[in-house]
Ligand binder design. Sequence first.
Ligand code: HEM
Length: 176
Amino acid sequence: MKTVLCFVAMCVALTASRDPTETYPRTAVLDSKLQIFWKFNATHITIETHLSAGGWTGLGLTSNASESSDVIIGYVEHNKGVIADYHYAGHQPPTKDASQDVTLVYAHSDNEGSVMVFVRALDTGDIQDDIAIHPGINHVIWAYTEIDPTNLAYHDVHRGGADIKLLDKCQPSVGK
Ligand code: HEM
């Protein structure tokens, strides 16, 4: 299940059915229905998620997905987005962090699925529940559901993990 994904230097739509809201330097296809695009600067990462389904989207960082992960879960319904910062102990519903360290900056939904753009600090400073994003390989986990986004239901087979080079040391893009 663990896949090594190479980031692409230019924003190339690999299987996406829609274009991202702006040109991002990085993208990864996590699943036939889930693609992410991202950019970063010295302090923050901006991530755009494209889900070709009607449920919630979850994206997280982990050292061990069965034990402890830092996840962000969001959904868009009637163009209104909802997002939150969670702690996922594995195989059970995640719990919301006391410190909410994610900001939703764009949300869109239509009959093709949903798009969210959110920003978080590379290191939120929440040592209780968050994992800092570091240069090089980060183990990313993802999950989604196909329907009923407001219900944080079990993802079933729609989950996975990937080793992704989220950041590198050369030429970070400017702006949040
Ligand atoms: C809605 C609450 C959630 C429940 C009830 C839940 C439950 C479960 C269960 C029972 C499994 C083991 C069976 C299987 O492989 O499907 C599992 C695995 C997994 N879940 Fe979740 N999960 C939830 C949310 C999430 C979220 C938000 C993510 C990621 C952002 C995630 C990522 C994973 C991954 C990567 C696995 C496979 C690796 C492993 O077995 O630990 N889950 N989950």
